[in-house]
Each structure stands twice: as C-alpha cells, then as structure tokens.
Design a binder for this molecule. Structure first.
Ligand SMILES: [Zn+2]
Length: 196
C-alpha cells in the first residue's frame, strides 16, 4: 500500500548528485522517509547548484562521442552561422531536443516515426569517432539527470541520442522529415543559434 504521508518531522536530508551531497532541512515522512520538495527546497537546491557550477564546471560537462561524418555535416550546416563551433551546435541541438521535442510526447513520437534511419545509423555506426565535451548550464544538466533517472540511460547517452536525431533531421533529404523539421523545430534552433 502506498504511504499517504500523514506524520512529518523536520530532518536534514542528503541528496546525492554528481557525486556531491546537497543537504537541506525539510519535512520528512515518519512512516516512509519521503521528503517534501517545496519551494524552499527547490530554491536552496538551485542556489547550491549554482555555487557548484562556479567551482566545478566539470560536473556540468558531458563527454560525448560523435562520428566524423556527423561532425562534417555539422560543419557544413554551420557555414551559414559563422563563429559557431560544432561543439556549441551539439549543445544547442541537445538543448532544443530535450526542451522542445522530448517534453512533448506527440512531437517526440512523430519525430521518431519520421526519423531517417539510414542517416541515423550511419552516424551511429561510423567507427571513426571524436570525443567532445559539452558544457551545460545547471538547469539543463538537471533535466538530463532527471531523464536519466527514468530512462536507464546515462546523461551523455541522452545527449548523444538527441544530437544524432537532430543532425539526421538536418541532413536528411526526406520530404516529410524536412517539412516536420521546418514546421516544428527549426525556429527554436534558430533562436538559440542567434543567441549563441
Ligand atoms: Zn510517507
């Protein structure tokens, strides 16, 4: 039977993230040990993360491997955006994928059904790979951690997969996928590219 959390006591909880411990005093259920994540908790947590972010940028970095053919396609896409590196593009692709596509179940499954598997697989299976460190902001890193907790995937795998899907849509000549990209995703990426 699920606990209905009737009796609480103030306790200091420890939450582990990025191999560090966040401590916070909050209401803890006396029966099951669940703790309350109210406004105070979230505020404190964000403050703590921002402090960590200043000192430990490496904790907000994800190391991905991308095939050279994918990076070549990225570079040719970026010819229209001088000054933006393919590392920055990968960060933007992951950001748009997670915040626009992945949060919208309908959009995500439509995207998957249109995905150009030939291109996706060529990016995925190319043995010639390069490691790239992508630096995220705290909020984005939290999103990746949250997704990783429910999908059994590591944050770097989520980032790789998102970037691969986005790059295969950019590269594909498939008419339906192109239409979908233009209508549903492109404008979001443009906003980020302009701000980068
Ligand atoms: Zn409880």
């Amino acid at each position: 039977m699920e606990c209905t959390h009737k009796k609480f006591a103030k306790e200091t909880i420890e939450k582990e993230i990025f191999d560090l411990k966040f401590r916070h005093k909050t209401d803890v259920c006396k029966d099951c040990g669940a703790y309350l994540r109210g406004k105070e908790f979230e505020k404190d947590y964000m403050h703590w993360l921002k402090r960590i972010y200043k000192k430990r940028r490496d904790k907000f970095q994800v190391q991905c491997s991308f095939s050279n053919n994918l990076l070549k396609c990225a570079d040719s896409f970026l010819e229209d955006y001088p000054g933006i590196s393919h590392t920055v593009l990968m960060r933007l692709l992951v950001t748009v994928y997670v915040n626009v596509v992945d949060v919208n179940e309908k959009l995500a499954s439509k995207f998957d059904s249109l995905l150009d598997s030939e291109i996706y697989d060529s990016f995925l299976n190319d043995k010639d790979k390069k490691k790239i460190n992508i630096q995220f902001k705290p909020k984005m890193m939290l999103d990746l951690v949250a997704i990783s907790e429910v999908t059994d995937m590591r944050p770097y795998q989520i980032a790789e997969q998102g970037a691969l899907k986005m790059m295969s849509a950019i590269t594909s000549q498939d008419k339906k996928l192109k239409e979908f990209w233009e209508k549903e995703i492109r404008s979001y990426l443009e906003i980020f590219l302009k701000a980068a």
